[in-house]
Design a protein around this ligand. Structure first.
Ligand SMILES: C[S@@+](CC[C@H](N)C(=O)[O-])C[C@H]1O[C@@H](n2cnc3c(N)ncnc32)[C@H](O)[C@@H]1O
Length: 337
């Protein structure tokens, strides 16, 4: 269930990071995150089927609502939800799960209807707010914690002590994470699509729209991208994101990229394996330095050195999806360059 404002599923308040946080149970945290990803994914599919070409709508939920609120079928779907998000329509929920099957004989009016149903939950119930709170709860040390702790540990293991090193943290939910507090990087530029908690020091910005640096002054010694790539809706857009990383790293010196992905993206996908991902990153000039698989997530530290990049190796064609393995219960996570 998604909740309005700062109420948790149990109706208790959820405070900002570091304050008197009332905890959401881990299972629930995961459920909220899963539900939100599901809704976003369905929203993108419907916008595509409705032939909506305006890319900015994918990330601007309010504009989607403004654009379609006058549409009768959108309205119907929106109103059907009522005000209690606990009350879901089981038939529609089932249709949303099997949405792909509807494409062949689907009608635009039905797509608008589903979109209204979905947008009501995303917008009206502050979906992104609750989702971010849940993500932050997921960062809680009792739940596996701030992923940048491992990053900092790794950098220490590597005796990393670059003077004046700077970092870009994409998808930042808190300025209290190890990346910001250990003092290795200064400044740490923190960006996120949203900053609903108005935490100082997190810039509301889409990384994909951050201007490509023209000089090394706007580049960084480290780019951190923890649990963000899996949030990007399509394989091509994930590829676009991966392509951008190198452009934000300082040239002619050793720099690093830290990536965290949910483990199933790497160990249970038909289109992605650890070797495949490593080779894909290799083809872009990144070398795997450290890698760790925890129970639920997978951490990577890549080094990047433009001056040492040799493009001699023949790589696979990463512009297409390749089915690498198959089996029941596998997912379709992929990245295409
Ligand atoms: C699951 S949270 C991860 C947060 C945190 N980095 C962590 O490791 O727990 C994903 C975050 O990525 C942000 N995000 C997704 N796409 C983004 C983009 N293109 N630019 C900036 N932030 C993005 C979302 O807004 C969300 O807050």
């Amino acid at each position: 269930m998604l909740n309005r404002g700062k109420k948790s599923i149990t109706g208790r308040s959820i405070g900002p990071h570091g304050s008197q946080i009332k905890r959401i149970k881990p299972q629930l945290t995961r459920r909220i995150i899963r539900r939100y990803h599901f809704l976003l994914q369905r929203k993108q599919t419907l916008l595509k089927w409705l032939n909506i070409k305006d890319k900015t709508l994918e990330k601007d939920d309010l504009r989607v609502v403004k654009l379609f609120e006058g549409h009768q079928h959108f309205q119907k779907g929106w109103k059907l939800r009522g005000d209690d998000m606990k009350l879901k329509d089981s038939k529609i929920e089932e249709s949303l799960i099997k949405l792909q099957q509807q494409h062949a004989n689907g009608e635009r009016s039905v797509y608008y209807f589903y979109l209204g149903y979905i947008m009501k939950e995303i917008r009206d119930e502050g979906g992104i707010n609750t989702y971010q709170e849940a993500s932050r709860m997921g960062q809680d040390s009792n739940r596996g914690g701030d992923s940048s702790k491992l990053l900092i540990q790794w950098l220490k293991d590597l005796d990393y002590n670059e003077k004046g090193a700077t970092a870009l943290e994409i998808g930042s939910l808190s300025k209290h994470n190890a990346i910001s507090t250990t003092g290795i990087f200064n400044p740490v530029v923190r960006i996120d699509l949203n900053n609903h908690n108005d935490e100082d020091g997190i810039i509301k910005q889409d990384f994909m729209e951050r201007p490509i640096p023209k000089t090394s002054r706007d580049q960084f010694d480290l780019v951190s991208c923890s649990l963000v790539l899996n949030f990007v809706p399509t394989p091509r857009e994930r590829g676009d994101m991966v392509h951008r990383f190198g452009q934000f790293l300082k040239p002619d010196k050793l720099t690093y990229l830290f990536i965290v992905l949910p483990l199933p993206c790497i160990n249970n996908s038909r289109y992605m394996t650890l070797d495949y991902f490593t080779e894909m990153m290799n083809s872009l000039g990144f070398r795997s330095v450290k890698h760790h698989e925890a129970k639920k997530v997978c951490y990577f530290l890549f080094s990047y050195n433009t001056s040492k990049t040799t493009n001699q190796t023949k790589h696979k064609d990463f512009s297409k999806k390749h089915k690498l393995q198959d089996g029941p219960g596998m997912n379709n996570f992929s990245i295409t360059l």
